[in-house]
Design a protein around this ligand. Structure first.
Ligand code: RIB
Ligand code: CA
Length: 317
């Protein structure tokens, strides 16, 4: 069976790092490159973190492209309260050998999509700035985008404001460009990612896998779960981003419902909200397949299988 060709656009970020672990070593996927934007931390941090993770996992050949350091319109926001000053606080990484490519992420997205046969899925797990800019820079890539799969939004409550989720609120205009691209979109929002809580027993389960990936997972989760509990009171950190990749590995993992989704660009309390018309009140065409449920046990089985696919020793040392 042909491998699904993907690009991961992210803002590592603890949960982004786990998504990369799945994406970088799954036989079902061909990871063409990792593009990075500012989000959880500043771009220098998020780009460095992507390189750190791939080097640690022994996947240094996967190229990393640094992209936009600021949102398209609004002021930049970061999430150091969750992910720390480096954006990946917790693990101790060896000296970094891997560097980002010289090509800008937006240029890589445009070039790769234009050269493709329309068989590339772009998975975003951070602010959608790079993809939004790419769509504005070269609209022809829209026809080449097989699908956008994003972690972002919510049809219930946000996690930065009552209305808005971080990835969307960090660049609502970019999200609007993506959601109005006319391309198939799978929106995996907080509504389902808040169901995959990484409880202590999950961390203990993954520690027994005893690979370089599982050790990184455990060190990441020690920090991520601590800050999530401090801020939200969760007994386990919601592992948002890997649900995107897991849904590609097992399409039955996530249940979706077609909905008209519009990004609130007004500058009031709902700025950055994904307004999901779950019951078709507005009579408008659906613009996204919105995740409404996730197989929690299956998800953790996918995570465990992904960690097992790595070697026992860190390649990054
Ligand atoms: O709201 C959760 C999202 O914001 C996740 O992608 C997390 O990494 C942060 O980017
Ligand atoms: Ca993220």
């Amino acid at each position: 069976m042909a491998r699904q060709r993907i690009i991961c656009d992210c803002d590592p970020g603890h949960d982004d790092a786990v998504a990369l672990m799945l994406a970088a070593n799954s036989p079902e996927l061909e990871l063409l490159g990792v593009t990075v934007a500012a989000g959880n931390q500043t771009l220098d941090n998020t780009a460095r973190n992507a390189c750190r993770v791939l080097q640690w996992l022994g996947r240094e050949e996967i190229p990393v492209y640094a992209g936009c350091g600021r949102p398209m319109v609004r002021d930049r926001v970061t999430a150091g309260d969750i992910h720390g000053e480096t954006g990946l606080d917790g693990p101790v990484f060896p000296p970094l050998r891997k560097a980002a490519e010289k090509e800008h992420a937006v240029s890589f997205l445009v070039r790769t999509l234009l050269e493709s046969q329309g068989d590339v899925v772009v998975v975003t797990s951070g602010p959608m700035t790079n993809l939004g800019m790419a769509l504005r820079m070269e609209p022809r890539i829209a026809d080449k985008l097989q699908r956008i799969v994003l972690m972002g939004g919510s049809y219930t409550n946000g996690n930065v404001t009552p209305a808005a989720e971080f990835n969307i609120l960090a660049d609502p205009e970019a999200a609007h460009v993506c959601f109005t691209s006319g391309r198939p979109i799978t929106m995996i929002g907080l509504d389902v990612t808040r169901k995959v809580l990484c409880y202590p027993e999950i961390v203990e389960r993954m520690a027994k896998v005893n690979t370089c990936a599982s050790r990184l997972f455990v060190d990441l989760m020690k920090h991520f779960c601590k800050t999530q509990k401090e801020i939200f009171g969760w007994e386990g950190g919601p592992l948002h981003d890997p649900v995107t990749i897991a849904s590609l590995l097992d399409p039955s993992l996530v249940t979706t419902k077609p909905m008209n989704v519009r990004i609130d660009l007004s500058h009031g309390d709902s700025y950055g909200r994904t307004n999901c018309d779950a019951f078709g009140y507005l009579g408008l065409p659906a613009t996204a397949d919105v995740a409404v449920d996730v197989g929690v046990e299956r998800f953790w089985d996918i995570i465990e299988a992904g960690l097992r696919r790595y070697g026992e020793t860190e390649a990054g040392t």
